[in-house]
Design a binder for this molecule. Sequence first.
Ligand code: ADP
Ligand code: MG
Length: 620
Amino acid sequence: VPETFKEHRAGSKIRILPDIVASQIAAGEVVERPVAVVKELVENSLDAGSHRIDVSFDDGGRKFIRVDDNGSGMCPDDALLSLERHATSKLRDASDLSQIHSFGFRGEALPSIASVSRFTMKTRAEGWTEGTEIFVDNGRIVSTKAVGMPRGTRIEVNQLFESVPARRKFLKSDRTESAHIILCCRLLALAHPEVSFSLAENGRLVFRSPACKSLEERVTEVFGRQWMEDLSPVCADLEGLHFHGLLSRPGKGRTSRAELFWFANLRPVENRTLSGSVIDACKGFIAKGSFPAGILFIDVDPAAIDVNVHPAKREIRLRDEARVRAFVTDAVLANMEKLARENAAKIIGPGRSAVSETPRPAIVPRIVRPAALQSDAKVAGLPAKAPAASSGFAPLQRKVIPTAASRNSESQSGGTPVSREIHAAPSDNLPARWRYIGFSHGSFILFETPDGILVVNRVTALIRILYEDYMKSLSAGRIVTQALLFPRLFSLRPSAAEALENNIEFFQACGFGVENFGADSFRVTCLPVWFRDEGCEEFIRSAAEKILENGIRPDRDENLARDTFARLAAIHAARVETPPDEEAALDLARRLFACRNPLADPKGNPTFVELSKNKLTGKS
Ligand code: ADP
Ligand code: MG
């Protein structure tokens, strides 16, 4: 400590700390626990352009950590300099901060680690005949000497935190510390498949992976074949954002949310926006209560990530979160839909594309006709159906998607209580070899297929169909409504009444005509044609409550509002539905397999299960 700083004036309380103490304090920030040492050292090896990195540690890292690489190495001067605080080869001035492409830039890791351990560094740069070995004992450089060694750097950290018992006390069990180290190394290895990587704990190999050509290969090396099996690639680009990786296939969720790993510019990160956007987008494709697993990378301009957050933590802050969120959600959703359609196509069988690549209307256009024409009209050779007939699936059959030709007759004049329409040919996307077996337990539609038995859950299937149809007409702005002959009255608790009152236009745009009828009373005057009037007040009440509860603002986030509304409406409509007869059951199955995601309802409940012949005969 320079003399001048020792002679502080009487009364002055501020002192300049000796460098070792300052480094030890900084070490508390940078290296909270053994895993942080491993991370800093491996990142340095990566920054040094290594093709091979070998890590080993003993006793949760508190006794011994070693990182050995074949990177650029350091010349003798740089080796000494690297132990000075704020010595870095990676950053020149503050303006570089926003354009960082290396992992390190603070120049704090090595001096911090060396100040709280018995630290040995051996390093040799290209072009030097000898390497340098430096030994530092808890911040004091004890010796430097020349050594023979191949190019690269080997750092050994012994007795971490020996000199700072306060830190040592905060460490968890060896097993916990070791679990952190192992996960950290796995993630770093995943982010750099091109680098050969090994990890050993107490002399036992945890994993070893040669340089890999693809992420898939690396994932298989690091997590095992089985873990890789349920994942499939995903990839998308949008102005300056590149997103790619591997993610659970539809229907292949995991019980824990801890198996989804994100990397931003190749750093393992934790960020609610990123993980939330994937979990949200997977809803409806992965069973309720399970979570997507995956290894996902997002590359953004370094300036779009806040680099000044805690050095030891994995949390990051993204500028423009909303944009990234929407981008990731869209990409995952599109991928899930594509895979779900492929799955459905497999079930339907070869040669029968159930659904085309580009989404087409799940419902074949039907034509609204005045009642008078109904009786003898035939379209595409199908017999006309009586409106609101008791054929078991009235709401589906009442659904109207207006076509240009039918515009004129869309409005339901004269207070006609039900719509009048005629069926066109249903989309013929069920294979002829499927045989309808029957209907069981009030819920299940059974088919015999060439491969086994297919059990369709009529409620979740119907929810899926209604939800997709309704979403489609909502975004097209084409909701056909029917006026109620007798408007239905209902009242709400005051706060829900206010929520409804404030959003009455949104309800109208969704096809639900609601009017205030004094105080907290309302009346429903019209409904979308596919929506049964029975219990419609109950639905409107629950929609108003949901809007209130979730603080949904249709004027701000129209998509979210519509989605919530359509889910509720579909669930409600499916519940009041009566069981199907054979024809309606077939129709339901056809519509289901024409959906964008036929595998599950919007909440993720499966719409069908397949019992393969092999399974039934106990062969698999
Ligand atoms: P930072 O990584 O933030 O620059 P560090 O304290 O981690 O700071 O490292 C200081 C410097 O030491 C680095 O900038 C780099 O020049 C050098 N260095 C550290 N580790 C290695 C290594 N494994 N191979 C080559 N150079 C290294
Ligand atoms: Mg570093």
